[in-house]
Design a protein around this ligand. Structure first.
Ligand SMILES: C[S@@+](CC[C@H](N)C(=O)[O-])C[C@H]1O[C@@H](n2cnc3c(N)ncnc32)[C@H](O)[C@@H]1O
Length: 322
């Protein structure tokens, strides 16, 4: 997904990325300025590939729990270049089941300037106007990929969809807004399929004022990207994302047998701890060094907890490896 880039263009790209990053910081809820050349350049070579990695990871987590089963129509609302649609179609198994991909953005320039990337999408329709209800139904999934952050609430018609796939910037503010949306959706009778393995209150929302749930994915980038990053204050060896996969249908019961690693591995005196989520408590999976070899596991993955864990306050102490 990282396009080729001649070395002499790297400093122009760095300027463009900084300009768009400043724009987003100064206008956190503003629309992406798609008609500006600097925005198109920065998005194509920087934001798009990084968001694609994030979205591919979300798709993989969805596949782990069967979230996409039976879903055939995907509406990418606020699609921009179509980042989420590209990630959906990049999953070989999912691609065989998709019947239609609808791209919609308030700015048609966003979709048009990236149309060279859309040849792998399935039966794609690019719409300049969209009545959301018209594409809803039992096999429809409404996708918001970094687009809810630009509006205040879900657009009218969203309730007609069986499934919602939502990714948001992994900041405390946007991440906690997403957790409030989770709460609202559960009250309305929707079910969380991922990252949550339960439908109870979110321990990060309830038991902390600043925490937010987020996932981490590794970035494998070409050499020019490393050169680019040397000119930027932000580094991306890994990228984070906050996401929700939600359906009207409940997930399979087996999901309740899993827990999700929702923190990075922390080295402490005599133990290694990692925040884990399996219910409304804020709990840490704990390896006491005197009794077990610590494991370093990626944040965001599902784990099955062994039966012999010892619960000590907020620690789930492992006696045998995961
Ligand atoms: C940060 S970009 C994300 C683009 C893309 N989905 C991605 O993941 O890379 C947010 C997108 O939402 C679109 N957007 C904002 N308000 C919208 C609205 N009211 N209706 C449709 N699209 C909207 C913007 O034009 C922009 O393309």
């Amino acid at each position: 997904m990282f396009p080729e880039l001649p070395t002499e263009k790297i400093s122009y790209l760095a300027e463009s990325v900084l300009k768009l990053s400043d724009y987003y910081i100064q206008n956190p809820n503003g629309e992406t300025p798609w008609s500006e050349k600097y925005c198109q350049v920065a998005y194509r070579h920087y934001y798009l590939p990084l968001n694609f990695i994030r979205l591919k990871n979300v798709v993989r987590h969805g596949q782990d729990v069967g979230f996409f089963d039976g879903l055939k129509v995907f509406v990418d609302w606020g699609c921009g270049p179509g980042t989420a649609s590209l990630a959906l179609a990049a999953d070989a198994k999912l691609k065989t089941q998709i019947e239609k991909q609808i791209l919609y953005d308030i700015s048609p320039a966003a979709v048009e300037s990236f149309s060279d990337l859309h040849s792998d999408l399935v039966n794609v329709q690019k719409l300049k106007t969209l009545r959301l209800e018209s594409a809803g139904g039992k096999s429809s999934c409404l996708v918001f990929s970094y687009s809810l952050t630009e509006i205040n609430e879900l657009p009218p018609g969203w309730e007609q969809y069986e499934a919602l796939m939502i990714a948001e910037p992994s900041t405390s503010e946007d991440g906690r807004k997403l957790l409030l949306l989770r709460e609202m959706l559960i009250k309305k009778g929707y079910y969380m399929w991922a990252p949550c393995t339960h439908q109870n209150a979110c321990p990060l929302l309830v038991n902390s004022k600043h925490d937010w749930c987020h996932d981490r994915a590794a970035v494998t980038a070409p050499a020019w990207f490393t050169q680019l990053e040397q000119m930027l204050p932000m580094k991306n060896k890994t990228v984070t994302t906050s996401y929700l996969l939600v359906r009207k249908t409940p997930p399979l019961a087996k999901i309740g047998g899993f827990a999700r690693l929702v923190g990075d591995s922390l080295e402490e005196k005599g133990k290694t701890r990692q925040l884990v989520c399996r219910g409304p408590q804020r709990e840490f999976l704990t390896w006491m060094h005197k009794s077990i070899e610590p494991q370093i596991l990626p944040r965001g993955e599902l784990v099955t907890l062994p039966d012999d864990i010892e619960v000590k306050s907020n620690e789930l102490r492992l006696k045998s490896p995961l």
